[in-house]
Design a protein around this ligand. Structure first.
Ligand SMILES: [Zn+2]
Length: 262
């Protein structure tokens, strides 16, 4: 298999050979879009929110100066940081001024691992890997930490870590790292979250073993379908609401107004 490093980690070739948390999420959200991404037919348009996240991550792994130099879209013609990225500096300050967060961010940064789980080989990039400290830490930038997100399937409000699949991600990382190190127990998995509010909010968020088990069981349950689609054995389903589906939609029937929110 392809030997992964920091320059080919996000390549299409790597995505075709390996499963990853974000690829799995893509398949669950919209199979048609996931396949269009893998074939190179479609790619996610760049977003300010993603770039802001990368900005804060670059600080955490000690590569912010390099990131600024290689990312001219952050700056105005005068060389000043665009207003909507200035909050990035406040987010960094918020993290840097908190001794507990700075303690948790110690360890090996951007650690690439590969391991088998649910019948497929995965790749993962751990923001902070600290085996001596027995923990894995993932840094998340979020609109607001206490925000409520409506979950259609559950019919209730959930927190951002559930709404964006971050608990599943941490569960997958715990299991992949355990297999990677051939250990019998999981390391503690923590999310360090910082919000884009002014001033930014912050939190360190943990999850229990029971939830990790539940998340892993769900991935194992859904993986046969994901792999059958990825391997071309079954036709991918369209969600008809994501960016890819909207761009490629062809109408053939009338929708009843009651079905618009279904
Ligand atoms: Zn779709």
């Amino acid at each position: 298999m392809l030997e992964l490093n920091s320059s080919n980690y996000y390549s299409l070739e790597a995505d075709r050979e390996y499963m990853s948390n974000s690829q799995y999420k893509n398949f669950i959200d919209c199979e048609a879009r996931a396949m269009a991404k893998l074939s190179g037919e479609w790619s996610e348009p760049p977003s300010e929110s993603l770039l802001l996240g990368s900005y804060v991550h670059a600080w955490a792994d000690g590569t912010l100066e390099n990131f600024k130099q290689t990312t001219p879209e952050l700056f105005t013609k005068k060389g000043e940081l665009y207003a909507h990225y200035k909050i990035g500096d406040k987010m960094i300050e918020t993290l840097a001024n908190d001794p507990f967060i700075m303690f948790l961010l110690q360890g090996e940064k951007e650690k690439i691992i590969t391991a088998e789980f649910a019948g497929v080989i995965w790749k993962a990039k751990l923001d902070v890997w600290n085996e001596d400290g027995e923990r894995i830490v993932d840094l998340k930038t979020v609109r607001d930490i206490r925000g409520k997100h409506w979950d259609k399937e559950l019919g209730c409000y959930v927190s951002f870590v559930e709404a964006f699949g971050y608990l599943r991600q941490m569960a997958i990382y715990a299991e992949l790292e355990r297999v990677y190190r051939d250990r019998s127990h999981w390391l503690e998995t923590l999310i360090v979250a910082v919000s884009k509010e002014d001033p930014p909010d912050k939190a360190v968020i943990g999850l229990d073993h029971h939830r990790i088990e539940e998340e892993l069981a769900e991935v194992e349950r859904k993986m046969p379908r994901v792999l059958a689609v990825k391997n071309g054995q079954v036709e991918p389903k369209r969600c008809e609401s994501c960016g890819y589906c909207r761009e490629t939609k062809k109408l053939s029937q009338v929708v009843h107004y009651m079905d618009l929110l279904a």
